[in-house]
Design a binder for this molecule. Structure first.
Ligand code: ZN
Length: 232
C-alpha cells in the first residue's frame, strides 16, 4: 500500500502539472484499471469511452466528443504516459506507465521505483525475464525439484490465468515440462497436494513447497536481475 501512496502523490504533484484536465481524467481512469487491478495493459473502448468517464465535462455539460478522446489519448501517448499496444475490434489496448517510468517527471528514481518496477515486470511473456525466474529456481523445477535447463523448462502461473493470475514474479515459477502439463489450470496449492498424495513428494518436501508458495506470494522470492533497467 505504501508504494501506491507514493505513486498517487507523484501523479498529483509531479505528473498532473504536465497534463491538461482531460488527460488527467483518462490517465486516472487507466491507473484505476491497470495498477489497481494488478495489470499492465487495458483495453479502451474508443467508441464508448466518452460515456464511461468524464461525463459532463464536455461543452455545455455534454460528454466529451470522440475527437477529443482520440486527441487526448494521442497526446498522452506523446507525453509517454501510455503506449498503444494493439488495435482490436473492441478498442485499443494501451500499456500504462507510472510517473517514475515517464521521462522527465521524476528526477530522482531512488529505491522505491525499482521496487515498483519489479512488481510490474512481466515474467511470463518476456523471454529474458523468464530466464531470471529459471535462475531464481536454481535450474530446478519449482514443484518436483527435477533439473531443468533454459532449453527445457516452462514458466508456470502459480494461480492460473483463468483465475486471474498475473505475470508477476510472485505468480510465475520455473518448472519442468511434465509438472507444467500436469498442473494445467490447477492452483499451485492443490497441485502440490496432488504431488504429495501421489507420492512424488515426501512429507518434508511437501511442507517446504507450501512454505515456498507462501514466500513467493509474500514477495520474498525476488529474482536477481543483472540489468534492472530492462523492464517491461
Ligand atoms: Zn517438475
Amino acid at each position: 500500500m505504501k508504494n501506491i501512496e507514493i505513486t498517487i502523490k507523484q501523479i498529483i504533484d509531479l505528473l498532473f502539472p504536465k497534463l491538461d484536465a482531460y488527460e488527467q481524467m483518462f490517465y486516472l481512469y487507466l491507473f484505476r484499471n491497470t495498477i489497481l487491478e494488478d495489470k499492465i495493459e487495458f483495453l479502451i473502448p474508443i467508441s464508448s469511452i466518452h460515456k464511461l468517464v468524464g461525463f459532463g465535462i464536455g461543452r455545455l455539460g455534454s460528454p466529451v466528443s470522440r475527437q477529443v478522446v482520440r486527441n487526448k489519448f494521442k497526446s498522452l501517448e506523446e507525453k509517454g504516459c501510455i503506449k498503444l499496444v494493439k488495435r482490436t475490434r473492441k478498442g485499443i489496448i494501451y500499456q500504462f506507465y507510472l510517473p517514475e517510468e515517464i521521462n522527465g517527471v521524476i528526477n530522482d528514481t531512488a529505491t522505491t521505483s525499482n521496487e515498483i518496477n519489479i512488481d510490474r515486470m512481466d515474467f511470463y511473456k518476456v523471454q529474458k525475464n523468464k530466464i531470471y525466474i529459471l535462475e531464481r529456481e536454481n535450474c530446478k523445477c519449482f514443484y518436483c525439484g527435477k533439473k531443468i535447463t533454459n532449453q527445457d523448462f516452462a514458466v508456470d502461473h502459480v494461480t492460473p490465468q483463468m483465475l486471474n493470475g498475473n505475470n508477476s514474479y510472485k505468480n510465475c515459477v520455473a518448472t519442468c515440462i511434465d509438472c507444467n502439463s500436469l498442473k494445467q489450470g490447477k492452483d499451485a496449492e492443490n497441485f502440490t497436494r496432488d504431488l504429495y498424495r501421489k507420492q512424488f513428494l515426501n512429507k518434508d518436501e511437501f511442507s517446504v513447497l507450501l512454505q515456498k508458495l507462501k514466500d513467493l506470494s509474500d514477495g520474498k522470492l525476488k529474482p536477481q536481475m543483472s540489468d534492472d533497467k530492462n523492464f517491461i
